[in-house]
Design a protein around this ligand. Sequence first.
Ligand SMILES: Nc1ncnc2c1ncn2[C@@H]1O[C@H](COP(=O)(O)OP(=O)(O)OP(=O)(O)O)[C@@H](O)[C@H]1O
Ligand SMILES: [Mg+2]
Length: 212
Amino acid sequence: MTTIGLVQQKGGVGKTTIATNLAAALSGRGYSVLLVDADPQGTARDWAAKSENTALTTVGVDRPVVHEELPSIEGFDVAIVDAVGKLEKMTVSVIKASDLALVPIQPSAADLWAVGQVIDHIESRQEITGGKPKARFVISRAIGSSKMGEQVQDILDEAPFGRLESSVNQRVAYARALGDGKSVHQTSDEKAQSEVDAITDEIEQILQLNGQ
Ligand SMILES: Nc1ncnc2c1ncn2[C@@H]1O[C@H](COP(=O)(O)OP(=O)(O)OP(=O)(O)O)[C@@H](O)[C@H]1O
Ligand SMILES: [Mg+2]
C-alpha cells in the first residue's frame, strides 16, 4: 500500500479538501483507496458519512499511531491520510507513515505559522530513512493568477523539496463539495475537476503508481 499524507499544522489550508478529492479521483481511476481521517474533528469522516461513493473506505485514527496501525491494514492500493492541524505528534506520525507528504500552502497568506516546523519534521524523517517520505508543497486556495506572496516564495525557495506544478484555486465548488459529501467530479465545475486531475496525474507519476 502506498500512503499519501496531507500535513500542515496551519488550519484551514485545504488538507481535508485535497484529501477527499484526491481519494475520490484515485478511486475513480481504479485504485482501491483507504481514506484515513487522522483529525479528531472528524471532517473527513463527516464528509464520508454524507458521501454516496461506496468505492471509498474511510476510517478514523484519533491517536498519533497512524504509522503503527497503517502497515497492518490490508486490501488497499493507496491510503490518503488527512492529518490534524495542531497536534504535533499526529503530524509526525503521519509523516512516518507516508511515502509522499503533501504540504498544502496558501500562496499569499501572511500567516505561515508552523510551516517551518512541518518542513523540519519531514527533513528529519528523510535523514533517518534515507529519503522517505518524498515531499511536495501544493499551492492551495490560490486566487486567480495572483502572484505568489514573497514570504511564500521564500519558503518554497529555501525548502528541501519542491512543489507540485499544478495547484488548487479558491473555488466555491470545493467548499460546497466538502459540505455535501461530494468530490468536485460530482459537481459541474470543470476547472476544479481539471485541477484535481492534474494533481492526481503528478502524484501518480511521483509515486510511480500505474493504475492498479
Ligand atoms: N480550494 C478551495 N476553494 C474554496 N474553499 C476551500 C478550498 N479549500 C478549502 N476550502 C474551504 O476552507 C475551509 C477549510 O478547508 P479544509 O477543511 O480543507 O482545510 P484543513 O486544512 O483540512 O483545515 P483543518 O486544519 O481545520 O483540518 C473549508 O470550509 C473548505 O471548504
Ligand atoms: Mg481538515
